[in-house]
Design a protein. Structure first.
Length: 277
């Protein structure tokens, strides 16, 4: 059922006036759309892009729970607005840890989605319990409701997920490592690394390319626990007003290859944490 206008006027487009290929880029790598059952239904891709542009972001990433099915919509919104976008998902692994998988293309993100779906329970979502999960077009029409329960995790382990992300050419980030629940440190007590040959990554590196601090994390407390990983801070926005309230910045190109180089050099700078919201 079409619901054009339900999320606002998608025809009102802001555009970024600057070049993104060099210099300092400012980005938010963890944003949920209306597809995530815990997100506000106002989180249409068009509204996310509009808020990111008005907040001065050079790049964003869409990371819904267990699915990238709203990435085609945000790709078109980002193209029209002139803002860079990465496409991905927040994968809850078999360890009940939240992780971010980020890609340059919608096709890569959708292939990752099918791989995750194949390891999820085949249970039908109950919107009254978990929330609606609309898949939308760039101009805010609802075209389908995702039937799977995206609030549930999958059977893929961290080593398996890391390998798949890297095989597809993506970035793998440990999400909100400072939180007690659903983080590698809170759940496992550490940031895991490959221990046996079967866990070795395609590029010979670690499972995670970087780690993420939440918007309220005190970096002076957490940086010693993170070790020598590159650090990002992202909004984990589920509501429009939270998009780009915190961010990461670095000198380089906003792409998987660009961020991989930035992370390898540990050249990120994070915004101040929020102490009230």
């Amino acid at each position: 059922m079409g619901t054009s206008g339900f999320f606002g006027n998608a025809d009102t487009q802001l555009r970024r006036p600057i070049c993104y290929n060099s210099g300092i880029v400012k980005f938010d790598l963890h944003i949920h759309s209306c597809l995530s059952p815990c997100a506000n239904l106002e989180m249409a891709p068009s509204e996310i892009v509009r808020k990111a542009v008005s907040s001065g972001m050079d790049g964003i990433a869409l990371t819904d729970h267990q699915s990238a099915r709203n990435t085609p919509a945000i790709a078109e919104c980002a193209r029209r607005a002139g803002i860079k976008c990465l496409f991905g998902m927040e994968v809850q692994t078999a360890e009940e840890v939240h992780t971010l998988a980020l890609f340059d293309t919608v096709e890569q993100a959708l292939e990752m989605t099918e791989w995750v779906y194949a390891a999820m329970p085949k249970r039908v979502n109950d919107p009254e319990t978990f929330g609606d999960q609309p898949i939308v077009t760039w101009d805010d029409d609802i075209v389908e409701m995702e039937w799977r329960i995206l609030a549930m995790g999958c059977r893929r382990t961290i080593p398996e997920t890391a390998t798949k992300v890297h095989e597809l050419g993506g970035l793998y980030i440990a999400a909100h490592v400072d939180r007690a629940n659903h983080s590698v440190i809170g759940t496992l007590g550490m940031i895991p690394e490959p221990m046996v040959e079967s866990e070795q990554q395609p590029d010979g590196g670690r499972f995670f390319d970087a780690v993420e601090l939440s918007r309220t994390a005190d970096e002076s407390m957490w940086l010693p626990k993170i070790g020598d990983y590159a650090v990002t801070r992202s909004s984990d926005a589920h509501n429009i007003e939270d998009v780009a309230r915190v961010w990461t910045e670095a000198e380089g190109e906003f792409s998987v290859a660009g961020l991989k180089a930035i992370f390898a050099a540990k050249a990120t700078r994070i915004s101040p944490r929020l102490t009230s919201f």
